[in-house]
Design a protein around this ligand. Structure first.
Ligand code: HQG
Length: 181
């Protein structure tokens, strides 16, 4: 497979495993997993004829490690970013003292009023890395970097989760924990 094919399949997997499994005639279990063999069969029927090795290539080459295949290779899921209601079954974890969120300047007034909301996804996505956060913000316009006082939130009992691919997740960030970075 060439890079373009890998990217196209990866995009389709994001769609199916995070947002719209019906697009590949699949259902996800409560933790977001689906059957690898059904996925391969249904991919072939819809648009991409690939085998398990090629699926692994897509998963391994993904720039943000968005997908996980179970150790027995029977199941696959997206590591984060879902809009459908699933429970990743992650254990709450103490976050680093400071986390970053990149957004677009046009959202800042609303964020200052309402805090960071998960929107269509299940969680607010936060990063330890400034460049990653800025790249995330860039997707929506002129980026701005926000700093989240994760330590204070944690001390007040707010739960954080670390996804398999290193994204920090929480349900909501109140405005009083947000400042300009
Ligand atoms: C903004 C990508 C107005 C929020 C990335 C963001 C990430 C508000 C947008 C992952 C708001 C939601 C998620 C408020 C938040 N008022 N706007 N109160 N609260 N927002 O795409 O964090 O490439 O759902 O700042 O790498 O941008 O798909 O979230 O701009 O990890 O794997 O509303 O998506 O990963 O947008 O990105 P999103 P996000 P993938």
């Amino acid at each position: 497979m060439n890079e373009k094919q890998i990217k196209n399949i990866s995009k389709f997997l994001s769609l199916v495993l995070r947002h719209d499994p019906i697009k590949a005639n699949l259902s996800l279990d409560t933790a977001g997993w689906t059957s690898v063999s059904e996925l391969l069969t249904n991919l072939e029927a819809t648009r991409y004829s690939i085998n398990l090795e090629q699926l692994k290539e897509v998963v391994d080459n993904n720039d943000k490690k968005r997908f996980q295949i179970s150790d027995d290779c029977l199941r696959i899921r997206a590591s984060q970013g879902h809009s459908i209601n699933i429970d990743l079954q992650l254990t709450p974890k103490e976050p680093p003292a400071v986390l970053f969120h990149g957004t677009a300047t046009r959202f800042v007034d609303s964020i200052n009023l309402q805090g960071l909301k998960a929107g269509s996804r299940n969680h607010v996505h936060l990063s330890t890395n400034v460049d990653t956060a800025l790249a995330v913000g860039q997707r929506y316009g002129k980026p701005v970097l926000l700093k989240v006082d994760a330590q204070a939130m944690y001390e007040q009992g707010v739960e954080f989760y670390l996804s398999e691919n290193g994204v920090w997740l929480t349900e909501h960030v109140s405005p009083n924990f947000i400042s300009n970075a």
